[in-house]
Write a protein that binds this ligand. Structure first.
Ligand SMILES: Nc1nc2c(ncn2[C@@H]2O[C@H](COP(=O)(O)OP(=O)(O)OP(=O)(O)O)[C@@H](O)[C@H]2O)c(=O)[nH]1
Ligand SMILES: [Mg+2]
Length: 321
């Protein structure tokens, strides 16, 4: 009770389906520390039912607009949905933000949709530090389907594929060099490629280009062949097909016993990330490390010691636990 709340009481209310308790628990997860761990340990046994879909792609590609549309479709199929939007406030489409918020809010008036946005780790967007934890929480809250929106920049592209069963990469016809480069990373992780804003000219050509570069990948017989779909979130076209292909990918994973493999992958990255966080925090807090760095850095500056020799010295000194 020291922090003004009782975790077991909160968990009880959470299991009874109280949205306020879920929101409170997410805040505890965001704050991290022992209480967050207590919550995560408590819910662990209830956390592997939800199907996880990641939507990633360049800023302003229409990820949130698509998310809104596919949520409506999946609700019609009776799915209970959790939505995690990471950094919906990207500076690139600031103008759309208000509309975004209003649309998302209208979704969460449905008791079977839970929407939560999380602050991203980097200034450019990407993943939030507690995406995994909040995903698990929504899973334990009884959601069948969890949709995770991330802005596809840098590392986060790869990270989303460790968190989701199906990765949907959202692209748009207009492209510059930066976006081309981004696509290079994104091409590796997409199970489904969406060419959104197909109401713009050039969409079909751009989709054909993506399909061509996928053909070059030489995917082994029997493996999932990434699909390319044209959508317009604005005109509400192609959305049914997108939903169907997400279901198709899920069936493919199920029929090939790959859901269990994915679960292992998700848990592996969970343990590794938690461990890395700890190591980083411990290093950051360690007086000894700071002292050695202070005393020995001169030697590195002066060429007496190489950077790696100093790293070895630090490794010997630091004990993680
Ligand atoms: N013409 C057209 N505009 C669209 C379409 N989909 C989305 N938009 C517009 O594109 C802008 C960005 O849409 P969002 O859904 O916020 O895109 P996002 O990828 O979530 O953006 P960030 O989260 O900020 O990276 C908004 O002004 C949307 O109205 C589409 O299919 N066609
Ligand atoms: Mg968005």
């Amino acid at each position: 009770m020291r922090s003004g709340y009782d975790i077991s009481a909160l968990l009880e209310r959470f299991y009874a389906g109280q949205v306020a308790a879920a929101a409170r628990l997410i805040t505890i997860l965001e704050n991290g520390g022992d209480d967050a761990e207590k919550v995560l340990d408590g819910i662990f046994s209830r956390t592997d039912d939800a199907y996880r879909v990641g939507l990633t792609g360049p800023p302003g590609a229409g990820k949130s607009s698509l998310l809104y549309q596919i949520t409506k479709r999946f609700r019609k199929k009776g799915r209970k949905i959790g939505i995690i939007a990471i950094d919906p406030t990207s500076p690139f489409s600031g103008g759309a933000l208000l509309g975004d918020r209003i649309r998302m809010q209208s979704l969460s008036e449905d008791p079977d949709v839970f929407v939560r946005s999380l602050a991203s780790r980097g200034s450019l967007g990407g993943i939030s530090n507690c995406t995994d934890e909040v995903t698990d929480l929504l899973d334990a809250f009884g959601k069948d389907l969890i949709l995770i929106e991330t802005v596809g920049v840098g590392q986060s592209e790869l990270e989303i594929s460790e968190k989701a069963h199906t990765v949907v990469v959202v692209l748009v016809p207009e492209s510059g060099d930066g976006i081309q480069a981004m696509k290079a990373g994104l091409m590796e992780i997409g199970d489904i490629f969406v060419m959104n804003k197909s109401d713009h000219k050039d969409a079909e050509m751009a989709a054909a280009e993506i399909a061509n570069s996928l053909r070059l990948k030489d995917i082994p017989e029997g493996n999932w062949n990434p699909r390319v779909i044209l959508t317009s979130a604005r005109e509400n076209t192609g959305i049914d097909e997108l939903v169907d292909v997400i279901e198709e990918h899920r069936s493919y994973l199920e029929e090939n016993g790959l859901i269990a493999a994915k679960r292992r992958e998700i848990l592996f990255s969970r343990v590794r990330n938690a461990l890395m966080d700890r190591i980083e925090k411990r290093l950051g807090r360690s007086e000894m490390v700071r002292e050695i760095m202070k005393n020995r850095m001169d030697d590195v500056y002066n060429g007496i010691l190489t950077p790696y020799a100093l790293v070895h010295e630090l490794e010997k000194t630091v004990k993680i636990k």
